[in-house]
Design a protein around this ligand. Structure first.
Ligand SMILES: C[S@@+](CC[C@H](N)C(=O)[O-])C[C@H]1O[C@@H](n2cnc3c(N)ncnc32)[C@H](O)[C@@H]1O
Length: 294
């Protein structure tokens, strides 16, 4: 599997000859949003990524891979600074949770109506039919359960597995077919060029994101026109969402670990982020929804 969307961008200050190089990637700087320049072999396969160095042409920030994944976050390369995210993000950074994820944790979702990975994959593939042959981004891929299915289906020209948790990406690396690229990135700043991605999948992740609205807006930015977004999550129910406690409850820290939404809220969120052609499948607390970039 190789990259479809590699491209050379013309740099206004360079002559036609100079413009023949360097080569710009679909990966973008998380600070400037400019495409990164790659030094090394082209392609999305692991060995090409690991033998390459990346740099932002505007701010000069360098990025390189860390054994099992490429870290394109703002904090990549920091020596002293550590940043903690909300508990719903931190939970999945733990080595134990990452190890257990495909070894029992995910199977529990069936109790809420999730039909299971094989059926969820089939349903997602139906939604992705209009973008078959394109580049798919599996956002919050976890241990790569779906990234592997998408990659081995042969439907896509490339599959990029993306997560914020280093330990999930290590699990993903151990499981995944050798020709996917592993990226470590927060969903808030998916480091890709605008309009460079054909399909975005986010399995069981929306309820974990610190700001679903920023994340869905970002997904819309990276999708090309006509690109398809498919996601699953847990809907709010009386069991998983206590009655609102108002400002007092919030001030004493009585908030949920996860953020669950009603199906109307999810449709509203997609619409307000500029996505169109929304549709969904619901079974108890399970929802799979899809929407398209205008
Ligand atoms: C429940 S798992 C879903 C894994 C897989 N997609 C699936 O369908 O089973 C949720 C994933 O969201 C990731 N996640 C949490 N916060 C995130 C964030 N801010 N940015 C990107 N991923 C995040 C976690 O690391 C975890 O791998």
């Amino acid at each position: 599997m190789d990259v479809l969307h590699r491209r050379r961008r013309r740099h206004p200050g360079l002559s036609a000859q100079d413009n023949a190089s360097p080569e710009f990637d679909i990966f973008a700087c998380p600070i400037c949003y400019e495409p990164l320049i790659r030094k090394g072999p082209s392609g999305l396969n692991l060995s090409a990524i690991y033998r390459s160095g990346f740099k932002c042409e505007r701010c000069n920030k360098p990025f390189s891979s860390r054994n099992t994944f490429l870290d394109l976050t703002v904090t990549s390369g920091t020596r002293e600074y550590t940043e903690f995210k909300p508990s719903r993000t931190e939970l999945f950074r733990s080595p134990l949770v990452s190890f257990l994820y495909e070894r029992g944790w995910r199977q529990n979702f069936a109790r809420s109506g999730f039909p299971g990975p094989d059926e969820e994959f089939k349903m997602a593939q139906e939604y992705f039919k209009p973008v078959a042959g394109g580049l798919l981004l599996d956002v919050s891929c976890g241990s790569g359960l779906f990234s592997r299915k998408f990659a081995s289906s042969g439907t896509f020209s490339g599959v990029i597995a993306l997560d914020f948790s280093e330990n999930m990406l290590r699990q993903c690396y151990e499981f995944i077919a050798k020709d996917d690229a592993l990226l470590n990135s927060g969903c808030l700043k998916a480091p890709f060029e605008s309009g460079s991605i054909d399909a975005v999948h986010a399995g069981a992740a929306l309820h974990c994101w610190p700001s679903p609205s920023n994340a869905v807006a970002e997904i819309n930015r990276v999708l090309r026109s006509g690109g398809v977004f498919v996601a699953t999550t847990f809907l709010s129910t009386r069991l998983n969402t206590p009655p609102p406690l108002g400002p007092l409850g919030q001030s004493i820290g009585a908030s949920n670990t996860y953020a669950y939404f009603k199906k109307e809220e999810i449709e509203d969120l997609c619409r307000s982020c500029g996505l169109i052609n929304y549709s969904c499948n619901v079974d108890r607390a399970f929802i799979m929804f899809s929407a398209q970039k205008r």
